[in-house]
Design a protein around this ligand. Structure first.
Ligand code: FE2
Length: 346
């Protein structure tokens, strides 16, 4: 069901307030062919209401012909900012970038952040944005979990379905997604509410058994049968199962790049307003699937690039895999038990 402009303006107002936007600041609204018109319209109203300057920068889409789908995360290679110095300089000169097109995994994004810019990605449908309007409590919860993850040297994940995998930690930064950008140089994504990091290069080992109901993104499919992924020295070395395993391999192989099989970010969901079942109600092209990514108590792991974390791997294929009913342990202490956030019981 749609939301009103009033509701969406109120949501933007809260996001900009939490992001410390001030009168006189300059906001760049980054748009492209798929930008939601209501989201853009309401963002401009909320920015102007703050007394800030709203500049729209509309960029041409890229990768469309290379991608297997219209999901902006289905091909994460070049972006509309690649070799586009004029656009990069405009964004660097802005206090804040509201990314309504999906600018991810690019050197240019790093450059903007390094210059003190703030980037907030917001591309989910308006009603999803409103349902998961971020709060200060979201930040508190994510940062509390982050302190635990930051102190840990190992993560181990198990499940009754047969998962038993381990990851060495410590070499990469935390990805703390709580939905607003309250500090210079910060990137975030509204809606979100999860925590991740990247395992040390070459350290991911073991077996991950995806169970029926677990989700593949950007495919946006619920698995109907088990898929077993064998991890060795930081890479997925084999994917076994039925049709869905074959489909996954076919997609990954199509990139013709061994790096697509590297293990990327690992972490868990902390957002109670995100729901595992939501994806089943949406057309695949209507959403990028933040509900399953952020859903409280999931184990979210992924494959592909690590340049977002300052690594050198910039492969164009990125699969996010939210799993249910897993136990996630940090140095032997569970933070998620059988798919339930343990902090909820504290
Ligand atoms: Fe991801």
């Amino acid at each position: 069901m749609a939301v009103s402009d009033f509701e969406l303006v109120q949501a933007w107002r809260q996001v900009l307030e939490l992001s410390n936007l001030k009168a006189g600041d300059t906001v760049a609204l980054l748009t492209s062919g798929d930008t939601n018109a209501q989201t853009l319209r309401c963002a401009i109203i909320a920015v102007q209401e703050k007394g800030a300057i709203a500049n729209r920068l509309d960029l041409q889409p890229t990768n469309g012909a290379l991608s297997f789908s219209r999901d902006p995360l289905a091909y994460v290679g070049k972006t509309p900012l690649t070799d586009n110095r004029a656009a990069v300089e405009m964004l660097k000169a802005s206090t804040m970038v509201l990314d309504l097109m999906t600018l991810l995994f690019s050197a240019e994004q790093h450059e903007i952040l390094a210059a003190g810019g703030r980037i907030l990605l917001a591309v989910e449908p308006p009603e999803v944005l409103v349902r998961m309007t971020p709060t200060a409590e979201d930040r508190t919860r994510v940062l509390a979990a982050s302190a635990k993850l930051q102190a840990a040297k190992t993560m181990r994940v198990t499940s009754a379905a047969g998962t038993d995998a381990s990851f060495a930690l410590g070499d990469y930064p935390m990805l703390e997604e709580y939905g607003f950008v309250d500090a210079p140089g910060r990137w975030d994504h509204w809606p979100s509410g999860f925590l991740a990091t990247w395992s040390n290069e070459g350290s991911a080992e073991g077996t991950i058994v995806l169970a029926p109901g677990d989700i593949l993104l950007p495919q946006k499919s619920y698995l109907s049968a088990p898929v077993t992924c064998h991890l060795e020295k930081g890479f997925v070395r084999a994917i076994e199962g039925g049709f869905e395993a074959e489909h996954l391999r076919d997609y990954m192989d199509s990139f013709n790049d061994p790096e697509v099989y590297a293990v990327s970010h690992i972490g868990w969901g902390l957002q109670h307003r995100a729901h595992w079942s939501v994806m089943g109600f949406y057309d695949r092209e209507a959403s990028i699937g933040m509900d399953p990514r952020a859903c409280a108590g999931n184990f979210l792991w992924s494959t592909g690039p690590n340049n977002e974390a300052g690594g050198t791997r910039d492969t164009a294929c990125h699969i996010d895999i939210p799993m249910r009913n897993c136990t996630v342990m940090l140095d032997g202490v569970a933070v998620v038990q059988d798919g339930k956030l343990l902090e909820d019981q504290e």
